[in-house]
Design a protein. Structure first.
Length: 186
């Protein structure tokens, strides 16, 4: 059973990160998440640029998977989502309300005690925007203008973590997520 499903095209940088951590992973197109033959995963990761056709073609599939993704998280999985890389975005395929505004640049942040703050391992991360979370999300990390750049929301037995940090997730976060998650199917 792979630990992580990475949605999108194969990326050698992610492969290197996952191999260094000794975690199992599977690259897949979003549409494959509809298959009843998939193994269970602990985490589904959706990389930056998922809503921008210049970088990815997975958005139509994500929209059609709303109930499957909600089921995955409800059953104990962790869904980790990076920025969509479009001017404004409403994550209407998530079971919890969330909006995004694009604004590139480094952001000064303060340390946070939240359990998933370990996604970011620097006090000046590159970000591609900020988030406007709805009810059900908690702010994990704010930028220097008090705008959320990492939010987390519990949903059923699992969690949704969204971020605008435009860097790979820290190794500590991947280990944390895989220890916290319950293997779940979509």
């Amino acid at each position: 059973m792979p630990d992580i499903a990475l949605i999108g095209e194969r990326n050698f940088l992610y492969e290197k990160l996952f191999q260094e951590l000794g975690v199992t992973y599977q690259f897949m197109q979003a549409s494959v998440l509809n298959s009843p033959f998939l193994p269970q995963f602990k985490m589904i990761m959706i990389p930056s640029g998922f809503a921008n056709p210049q970088y990815s073609n997975i958005l139509p599939s994500l929209k059609s998977l709303k109930s499957k993704l909600a089921e995955f998280v409800n059953n104990g999985g962790i869904l980790t989502i990076f920025g969509p890389l479009v001017p404004e975005y409403d994550y209407d395929w998530l079971p919890i309300s969330l909006k995004y505004i694009c604004e590139y640049g480094p952001k000064d942040v303060q340390l946070s005690e939240h359990e998933c703050a370990c996604l970011c391992d620097t006090l000046r991360p590159e970000c591609d925007g900020y988030l406007m979370p709805g009810e059900g999300f908690n702010t994990v990390l704010d930028d220097d203008k008090n705008r959320p750049i990492i939010v987390a929301g519990n949903y059923g037995k699992g969690m949704i973590v969204a971020t605008t940090v435009h860097e790979f997730p820290a190794a500590r976060y991947i280990r944390w997520a895989l220890n916290k998650a319950i293997p779940a199917k979509t």
